[in-house]
Design a protein around this ligand. Structure first.
Ligand code: AMP
Ligand code: ZN
Ligand code: FE
Ligand code: FE
Length: 286
């Protein structure tokens, strides 16, 4: 039987709702053979996920890096998945810490904007809700839900709230620097949901070609934010550029509706990721 491989999930180490240990158990329960933990800008979930790894499940340690492409004005925000990199690589460690600090600073400014409009949300309470993990807009969304201002996370990301009116940029990593840094740390960089629309903007194919030349290994094609036509386009582009293709759920627990294993990666792409990494190994329990 073909193994079921999901290479993009979030835990409470960032903006997911399951702890890393709960996440790997849920992955096994969902019938996955391989799961990657890819929290935003942190490796804090790696150890607890590893300790809780149930028999028969393989764990790929990774992260989703907040990046920006400075080739357009305003700079385009992008997400880069990074797999099996050395978590102690000093420059990468420093960049991740810098981005996490920038996230907290931005979150506090968003809350100040909300409060200036008379909306009663509390930054200390939102930080506490992130329980020490990488803080993000989904945590602010929960505060808006608690305050009865919106009903769902999706609504909180609408134009009246965090999607536009109360949306502020944060200091991310230059995407070319990120690709080089992940490679330098022995990791494998894969462009997350490259066709997802960012307020009407998408990453151009020319950028993806330049990133491929700079060391990008793959493209995440099969993702809920892509239409079937976009998935087909990304598959075609990957074939043209010699990049591997992944599919994944981008599971966030109850902060999103998508289920673990909703989209999956083929075994050849997975083997290519493992074979081209030299940071840490994938891990099987037992
Ligand atoms: P941030 O990292 O703080 O910029 O927040 C972005 C995160 O919010 C991403 O991880 C998304 O998964 C999540 N997100 C973005 N849009 C939505 C949405 N419409 N509904 C739920 N979650 C979303
Ligand atoms: Zn997220
Ligand atoms: Fe993402
Ligand atoms: Fe994600």
């Amino acid at each position: 039987m073909t193994p079921r491989i999901d290479l993009h999930t979030h835990s409470t180490a960032s903006d997911g709702t399951l702890g890393p240990g709960e996440l790997v158990h849920a992955a096994a329960g969902a019938g996955l053979d391989v799961v990657a933990i890819t929290d935003h800008d942190t490796t804090a979930g790696w150890e607890p996920a590893l300790r809780a790894l149930p028999p028969g499940l393989r764990l790929v340690r990774g992260a989703e890096l907040s990046c920006r492409w400075y080739g357009e004005q305003p700079p385009l925000p992008l997400h880069l998945l990074a797999y099996l990199f050395d978590p102690d690589h000093p420059e990468l460690v420093a960049e991740l810490a810098r981005v996490r600090a920038a996230r907290a600073e931005r979150g506090e400014r968003i809350v100040a904007l909300l409060r200036a409009d008379g909306i009663d949300v509390s930054w200390p309470e939102i930080l506490a809700g992130a329980s020490g993990g990488t803080v993000g807009r989904p945590h602010i969304a929960q505060a808006l839900i608690r305050a009865g201002l919106v009903a769902t996370t999706t609504e909180a990301f609408g134009p009246d709230w965090l999607g536009e009116r109360y949306r502020l940029p944060k200091e991310d990593i230059d995407v070319f620097a990120a690709v080089r840094l992940v490679r330098a740390a022995g990791g494998v960089p894969v462009f997350a949901h490259p066709r997802a629309t960012r307020r009407g903007r998408i990453a151009p194919d020319t950028l993806i070609a330049e990133l491929a030349a700079a060391g990008l290994a793959g493209l995440e094609a099969d993702h809920e934010d892509h239409s079937p036509a976009e998935r087909a386009h990304v598959h075609g582009l990957a074939a043209e550029l010699g990049l591997l293709v992944t599919g994944s759920s981008d599971f966030h627990g109850s902060h999103k509706t998508v289920r673990l294993g909703a989209f999956t990666t083929g075994p050849e792409a997975y083997e290519r990721i493992v074979a081209s990494s030299s940071g840490v190994t994938e891990v099987a329990s037992g």
